[in-house]
Design a protein around this ligand. Structure first.
Ligand code: LLP
Length: 419
């Protein structure tokens, strides 16, 4: 099945109204699209949302209401989860902390809230046991292979800093026993935007690891990595296919252990990527030699993925209200306002500059970046002293501001308060 990209679910007029009311750049999400994705994932029993993809508290609340639990990878993400109503304890735990180190402040908060920790380095076991005896842990195993849409999102194999190398797992079991920690389950996440073949391979690797595990466990986690669709014609993931292979793996694991185990999945991108877009305004256009440039009021401080990974986000032109549809489709380089030559949204991995075909816009038209619900607002920065853009959630007929635009005085206060 070919996937519709975000924009097919959000009408032009709505985007114009949002831009009018909240200014640009502005993020817009559609709650119905998020609900649809969770519906498809429900067969997994436990859906643990990787909130780094989009950690707006209102998105987290929406997900909590749908029965989803979360992972957190920083103190900030723990506090977001708490603010959204998740609790550390429970079965399954409302929050699991996943990282390769435990910094001192995180350690305190985890001990206080009894948040299970997904362990990525042996030292974490010792530190955790000292701060919180008997604490619940998962082990994240690097199975020796990985997969990602970009080498920067591949989290398996010998060049990954994540998880416990599969040949060193026994040492961790020893530490878990010695420190009397409680092992909940085993976890593997081989990368983001992984291909389905590799995702299937994880099942076999997991079955092997469970067979070698000397401690009884209650759960396994398939990690995240489920792909989303970005280009017209990208094939939508068949969640049923992934579930079937995991279901078979779970049956083998249960037969081996002699009791039921719970199966968790930990997606971020798949849940939110296709639910949102970034609305910007065209502010200038110019020809530079043979190239046509369109410059908009969003920069890589807002949407970093094209600059960082060469990621593709389809850019659609929404003409001003009452204006005719724009014609004259031509290859266009789209850039932002930052004082950086690399502030371009039409790039390949490695930084090569490419174009997107689009109708020639007029200044004042909206340029809408599709499928920008995952790793977009959450990766924004204040570079060039630009403030964070607002976020709006559409839900049926309602339209709700879920983050207001950051103000410059809030940024300055961090420094002026040092006077
Ligand atoms: N679990 C763990 C342990 C992870 O590290 C990640 C993502 C996920 C789950 C969720 O992966 P997903 O289902 O979203 O693929 N900034 C990049 C993506 C980095 C992903 C980092 N870890 C991007 O813009 O595409």
């Amino acid at each position: 099945m070919n996937a519709p990209t975000t924009r097919h679910t959000i009408p032009d007029d709505t985007l114009r109204e949002v831009a009018q009311q909240h200014g640009t750049p502005c993020w817009v999400y559609d709650a119905a699209a998020i609900r649809g994705r969770i519906e498809r994932l429900k067969k997994f029993g436990v859906v643990r949302y990787a909130q780094k993809a989009n950690s707006n508290v209102h998105v987290l609340r929406l997900l909590r209401e749908l029965g989803v639990v979360v992972d957190a990878v920083s103190l900030g993400e723990i506090e977001r989860a708490v603010a959204a109503g998740f609790v550390g304890s429970g079965e399954p735990a409302g929050i699991v902390y996943a990282s390769d180190i435990l910094d001192r402040t995180v350690l305190q908060r985890i001990a206080q809230l009894k948040i299970p920790v997904n362990i990525g380095s042996p030292q974490m076991l010792e530190q955790l046991a000292q701060a919180s005896p008997g604490h619940a842990v998962w082990l994240r195993i690097n199975p020796g292979f990985g997969s990602g849409f970009n080498r920067k999102t591949n989290t398996g194999g010998e060049f990954s800093k994540h998880g416990i190398w599969h040949e060193n797992v026994q040492e961790c079991y020893g530490l878990i026993r010695r420190h009397e920690l409680q092992l909940v389950g085993l976890h593997m996440h081989i990368g983001s935007g992984a291909d389905v073949g590799h995702l299937r391979r994880v099942c076999d690797a997991m079955v092997n690891e469970v067979r070698k595990c000397p401690i009884d466990i209650q759960a396994v986690s398939a990690g995240g990595g489920l792909p989303a669709t970005y280009r017209e014609g990208d094939k939508e993931l068949d969640v049923g296919e992934i579930f079937d292979v995991w279901s078979a793996a779970r049956a083998t694991i249960e037969a081996h252990l002699g009791h039921p185990v719970s199966l968790e999945i930990e997606p971020g991108r798949y849940v939110v990527a296709n639910s949102g877009c970034l609305v910007s305004e065209v502010r200038a256009k110019k020809s530079v030699g043979a190239n046509q440039f369109v410059l908009v009021d969003a920069g890589f401080n807002d949407l970093m993925r094209p600059s960082m990974y060469g990621s593709f986000h389809q850019i659609e032109i929404v003409p001003q209200a009452g204006a005719p549809a724009r014609g004259n489709v031509r290859p266009t380089i789209v850039g932002g306002p930052l004082c950086e030559a690399g502030d371009l949204f039409t790039q390949e991995a490695g930084g090569g500059i490419v174009t997107q075909d689009m109708p020639e816009p007029e200044v004042g038209d909206l340029a809408v970046f599709n499928d920008a619900g995952a790793y977009c607002a959450s990766m924004s920065s204040n570079y060039n002293s630009r403030t964070l853009a607002p976020e709006v959630l559409l839900d049926g007929g309602s339209r709700r501001l879920i983050r207001r635009r950051q103000r410059m005085d809030e940024l300055l206060a961090l420094e002026l308060s040092c006077d």
